[in-house]
Design a protein around this ligand. Structure first.
Ligand SMILES: [Fe+2]
Ligand SMILES: [Fe+2]
Length: 354
């Protein structure tokens, strides 16, 4: 076996692919390697089943892609494919063969190959096929990485919300409800996947900055005086810093920072107005108000869905983005009731949802 074009070791998401070419025909090995030399990849050649298996056993994770012939001395390409995938389930396999029976590609697919190339082929066909497979690998890798990152974010967000719940029993359940409402309204407004992820964390953690507000202010039964308000008004910025320091998405931190801004610029802390306010924060402020109106407060009983919608419409263009309120109103009221019923809190007042 030979090695050509050996470069420095690539990172997991490097564009450079590590390819094992297996064929007993030295001409094919040469042609394939030459074609792939146009790409930024590392190629290793094996001219028998034994050589291929030795390379794979010695370093099963060393390859991203294996390009393999079917008819080989010692063992056929299907069996090598099965062995190779046992050793490295992440390996992508491309089978090439001069055999013309329909059974050949079918068997290749059963063995676990990702694509099939009929010999003889043009180098351009091979390169197009390799490009497709490499893009698919990158997409799968990105998906896995995003999932892992979301899991990490999720644990960080849960830890933060638990700390807040321990401090502020009064808002228990509120963060879970606004999270459910936000996801529904975000979809209605047509947010992208990234915006939805940011909104999810932003909603769950919107008041996390209250952890930094002292008890005499946070738990004060009556109205806050000016000095106390100044402390309270810092909670969006404190929350933003906490979210950023936990490596949560930057847009989630922005939503936390802006959750008390108002459409007409009368909110806090930055008095942003209109579309200066992050779309996630504009969506969030509607559901935050909806939850506040439909929940019991020490000074009044929970109000109905209809009363809440009247209030949201009244303040559209003042406190809320009018388009977000319109999107909220277009959702069947039963949907909001269903979301609320899944969260640990009292339901809407009787007969509130027709
Ligand atoms: Fe808040
Ligand atoms: Fe809230």
């Amino acid at each position: 076996m030979n090695s050509n074009s050996l470069h420095s070791k690539p990172s997991p998401h490097d564009a450079r692919s590590r390819i094992l070419i297996v064929d007993d025909d030295p001409h094919v090995l040469k042609v394939v390697a030459l074609a792939l030399a146009q790409k930024d990849c590392e190629c290793t050649k094996a001219s028998s089943a034994l050589q291929a298996l030795t390379v794979l056993r010695n370093a099963p994770k060393s390859f991203d892609l294996m390009i393999i012939d079917v008819r080989l001395p010692g063992m056929n390409g299907f069996d090598i494919t099965r062995r190779a995938l046992e050793l490295n389930p992440d390996l992508t396999v491309l089978t090439m063969s001069a055999l013309t029976e329909l059974q050949t590609p079918v068997e290749a697919i059963r063995a676990g190959t990702a694509d099939y190339l009929q010999k003889p082929f043009q180098p351009s066909d091979l390169l197009a096929c390799v490009d497709r497979l490499v893009s698919k690998r990158h997409a799968a890798f990105e998906r896995k990485r995003t999932e892992a990152q979301i899991d990490n974010w999720d644990s960080a967000a849960r830890a933060l919300s638990l700390s807040l719940n321990a401090r502020d029993k009064e808002t228990e359940g509120h963060a879970e409800r606004v999270l459910g409402y936000s996801i529904r309204l975000g979809r209605e407004v047509g947010l992208s996947n990234d915006q939805m992820i940011a909104l999810e964390f932003g909603a769950r953690l919107h008041d996390v900055g209250k952890i930094a507000v002292p008890d005499n202010v946070l738990k004060k039964p009556g109205d806050l005086n000016d000095e106390e308000w100044l402390i309270m008004e810092k909670h969006p910025t404190m929350g933003q810093q906490m979210v950023l320091s936990m490596n949560l998405p930057a847009d989630a931190a922005t939503i936390v920072a802006q959750h008390h801004e108002r459409w007409d610029g009368s909110g806090y802390p930055l008095k942003l107005r209109g579309e200066q306010i992050h779309i996630g924060a504009r969506v969030f402020s509607v559901v935050d108000a909806f939850d506040a109106i439909t929940s019991d407060r020490c000074y009044r009983r929970a109000q109905t869905y209809e009363a809440a919608l009247d209030e949201l419409r009244k303040y559209a263009g003042i406190q809320f983005d009018p388009n977000v309120v319109k999107a909220f109103a277009s959702v069947d009221p039963a949907v909001w009731l269903e979301i609320r019923s899944r969260c640990p809190a009292d339901a809407f007042p009787e007969a509130s949802v027709a």
